[in-house]
Design a protein around this ligand. Sequence first.
Ligand SMILES: Nc1ncnc2c1ncn2[C@@H]1O[C@H](COP(=O)(O)OP(=O)(O)OP(=O)(O)O)[C@@H](O)[C@H]1O
Ligand SMILES: O=c1ccn([C@@H]2O[C@H](COP(=O)(O)O)[C@@H](O)[C@H]2O)c(=O)[nH]1
Ligand SMILES: [Mg+2]
Length: 208
Amino acid sequence: MGTVVEASNKGANGSIPQKNPTVVFVLGGPGSGKGTQCANIVQHFGYTHLSAGDLLRAEIKSGSENGTMIQNMIKEGKIVPSEVTIKLLQRAVEEDGNDKFLIDGFPRNEENRAAFENVTGIEPAFVLFFDCPEEEMERRLLSRNQGREDDNIETIRKRFRVFLESSLPVINYYDAKAKVCKIDAARPVEEVFETVKAIFAPKNAKAD
Ligand SMILES: Nc1ncnc2c1ncn2[C@@H]1O[C@H](COP(=O)(O)OP(=O)(O)OP(=O)(O)O)[C@@H](O)[C@H]1O
Ligand SMILES: O=c1ccn([C@@H]2O[C@H](COP(=O)(O)O)[C@@H](O)[C@H]2O)c(=O)[nH]1
Ligand SMILES: [Mg+2]
């Protein structure tokens, strides 16, 4: 991994973002522990955590015109069109006063990745990849008990398939650019976070 690279601020659509944020993509299979580790990173390193899935779920609750479409996609484990998710992410970045963001669970496919880069002009500083076997992720999701409509065995299997077919290629894309920090996420939360800390501590020292 190289040093933290600040995002460029030219949007291909001509828009100029308010800031020049540092963005870290947090990727991994469903239930690999992305949200759990992001909460720890926020506490220790002062990032803002933006979960694309949480933004989409909030959009459903808000009564937005896209709500029913998003709800159906999530129930089926499918990927919501890029333009919808990117707008939500852009709005969240613009409304926040921070200059460094963890984007959790996005980009989920190659089209998401290319559209985000084109629209925002932002390249991630690096990518965290929480690597976890399916059996462990399945166990975690089935006992998460947060009332998520997609935490049932039928949808979980669909989500696993989408992750393998559509999301892993994104991780491979960034790996080819030496931007991926792969973490063994099958260990207990505290152990995983020790590894995460070792990744962020030197980068944060350079970025601050
Ligand atoms: N290292 C771990 N060991 C055991 N359980 C964990 C670990 N990390 C997270 N969990 C638990 O597993 C469940 C899924 O974790 P989390 O919500 O962080 O995953 P996620 O990657 O964000 O999932 P999703 O992609 O579905 O949003 C939660 O109940 C969480 O408490
Ligand atoms: O960029 C995204 C992020 C999420 N989705 C949809 O939401 C669910 C749940 O996402 P989590 O990251 O597990 O919270 C996911 O299965 C997709 O259906 C999306 O379409 N695009
Ligand atoms: Mg999550």
